[in-house]
Design a protein. Sequence first.
Length: 147
Amino acid sequence: MGLIKEFKEFAVRGNLVDTAVAFVMGVSFGKIVTSFVDGMVMPLVGMLTGGVDFNDKKWVLQEATAAVKDAAGVVVTPEVTEVSVKYGVFITNLIDFVIVAFAVFMVIKALNKMKKEDVPSAPAPPPGPTEAEKLLAEIRDSLKKVD
C-alpha cells in the first residue's frame, strides 16, 4: 500500500505534471514546425535553388534491382532494395531542429528575464556611521586609553 501512495504523491506533484504538459506541447510544436518547414520553407528554398525538392535528394550507394524469375516462377536472383543516403531529408530535419531550438531559446530567454524582474533586489547596505556617531566613537576610544 505504501508504494501506491508514494507513486500517487509523485505523480500529482507539480513538477511531473508541468513536465508532462511541456512534453505534449513540445511534440505539438514540433509537428507545427515540421509542417511549416515542409510546406513553406523548403518550397521557397527549392525555388531559390532552381526547383530542387530536397526530400528527393539522396546519394545512391546501391541501385535497387527487381527479382529475376525463371520460366517456372522460381526466383533466380532475389530482389535487392536500394541503399542510399538521404541527405535531403536530413537537411529538412536540420532546419526543423534549428527553428525549434531558436524558439526554445527565445522562450527560456523570456522566462529568465521575467525571473530577474520578479526577484527583489538585495537591500542596500546600511549607511555608514553619521558624524555624531564617529565623534562619540572617538570619545569612547579616548576614554578607554585614559583608564
